[in-house]
Design a protein around this ligand. Structure first.
Ligand SMILES: *Cc1c(COP(=O)(O)O)cnc(C)c1O
Length: 430
């Protein structure tokens, strides 16, 4: 048996002084049962908890550690930057370097503003879209997560035409009324919202590949259809690529699917493990942001030199080594094929979704294409699977409705180890 005494005593201490004992709810093991593990260190593909147990890491800090933990170039860049103080509150060269790198490599981005999290990026992006279009409403999709900004914490009403209701206490009715909720992969549900709110919709925001209801791919024509609709109606199309940016390809989902958004939001990989987000797009729109334009958005620590050094080290490494993306995809396919072989052998009919280095195993035999179908999953079974995998030394995301991320540190041996663990656990819980 794994010893988890140290994690448990840390969690007891944490619960007394931090709400729920964690600084982000997804870290708690609420969805799977049990208490969170406290992590002490990580290196390459592995994380080590406070009791010294080692795990193959399949979350990679929820995406950022695409090159694995403590990647040499990144650690060196940070160590070098630290010598010159941690923050200036004035412009520095690294901010220009990273903005040039992004605008030179991502065709849809002419200007970019750095912020401190994905949440800040999406909040700022919709404020900008509203300021630019002089319209108030936004359309989001059921099951898409865009951080914890008020406008995004809205569940769908009973019908597609009903106004949103707050998903969380503390979100006002006024805010909820400006957020319309459509069904992922259903262009019709978007079209009817747009018709019912003619000339009132400022932006459509979505995860071009959804990762926050588990991994859900856009149906063929879905992204293209949204692009067309936005062009017709003068709506700003926002791709929230906080998860998919620099992950599915260097140019993210925009590159992979060949559809460009008007504004793109980033987070996760862009900071290489440091707290960074960004939003960027066409110059005409971005020039609406203060101080060049009237839409206010600011940040004391935005463009922080340490964070920019980490981000630049990761992004430049990915840009200079494009074969990483084909390698990551190959590794991921091997894992997915291994799991599929296990499922077939055991006569189980669960659903696998995968794109690039993102994948999810859903404990349902339905095709998962949106939130409703994702919700057919047996979450109790997932909880058992999660715990079983931990015991086998594999750290998964502690919820059925998350995506797993493969890093470049996952070798063929580790693929093998993962697939064997998967088989052993599925056998036990099936
Ligand atoms: C993680 C995530 C966010 C929120 O980013 P934070 O840095 O946690 O604020 C927003 N959108 C998507 C798609 C995400 O995956």
């Amino acid at each position: 048996m794994r010893k988890i005494e140290t994690s448990q005593s840390l969690f007891e201490r944490a619960k007394k002084v931090i709400p729920g004992g964690v600084n982000s709810p997804v870290r708690a093991f609420k969805a799977v049962g049990g208490d969170p593990l406290f992590i002490k260190s990580a290196q390459g593909a592995f994380m080590t908890d406070a009791d010294g147990n080692q795990y193959i890491d399949m979350i990679n800090s929820w995406g950022p550690m695409i090159l694995g933990h403590a990647f040499n170039k990144v650690e060196e860049a940070v160590a070098e930057a630290i010598k010159s103080s941690l923050s200036f509150g004035a412009p520095s060269e690294k901010e220009v370097d990273i903005a040039e790198l992004i605008t030179e490599t991502i065709p849809s981005i002419e200007k970019v503003r750095m912020v401190n999290s994905g949440t800040e990026a999406t909040m700022s992006a919709i404020r900008l879209a509203r300021g630019y279009t002089k319209r108030n409403k936004i359309i989001k999709f059921e099951g898409c997560y865009h951080g914890h900004g008020d406008s995004f914490l809205i569940a769908a009403g009973s019908g597609a035409m009903t106004l949103g209701v707050p998903d969380s206490p503390g979100v006002t009715k006024g805010v909820a009324e400006d957020t319309l909720t459509a069904k992922y992969n259903s262009l019709e549900s978007v079209q009817s919202l747009v018709s019912a709110n003619k000339d009132e919709v400022a932006a459509i925001i979505l995860e071009p590949v959804a990762g926050n209801m588990g991994c859900v791919l856009p149906k063929e024509g879905f992204l293209e259809g949204l692009r067309e609709l936005c062009d017709q109606e003068g709506i700003v199309l926002i791709f929230d690529e906080v998860m998919t940016g620099f992950r599915l390809a260097f140019g993210g989902a925009q590159e992979l699917f060949g559809v460009n958004a008007d504004i793109v939001t980033y987070g996760k990989i862009i900071g290489g493990g440091m707290p960074v987000g960004a939003y960027g797009g066409k110059q005409e729109i971005m020039d609406f942001v203060a101080p060049s334009g009237p839409v206010y958005q600011a940040g004391t620590l935005s463009g922080n030199p340490i964070a920019m050094s980490a981000g630049y080290a990761v992004l430049s490494h990915l840009r200079d080594n494009p074969s990483i993306y084909t390698e990551l995809e190959k590794t991921t396919q091997k894992i997915v094929e291994g799991i599929q072989a296990n499922l077939d052998e055991l006569g189980l009919n669960y659903t696998m979704n995968q794109v690039g280095s993102m994948f999810s195993l859903f404990f349902t035999d339905e095709k998962v294409v949106d939130l409703d179908t994702a919700k057919t999953s047996d979450t109790e079974k997932f909880g058992k699977y999660f715990k079983g995998m931990l015991d086998e030394g594999v750290y998964l995301a502690p919820s059925q409705y998350e995506t797993l991320f493969v890093s470049t540190e996952i070798s063929n041996d580790l693929v093998q180890q993962f697939v064997e663990a998967n088989k052993k656990v599925l056998e036990k819980i099936k």
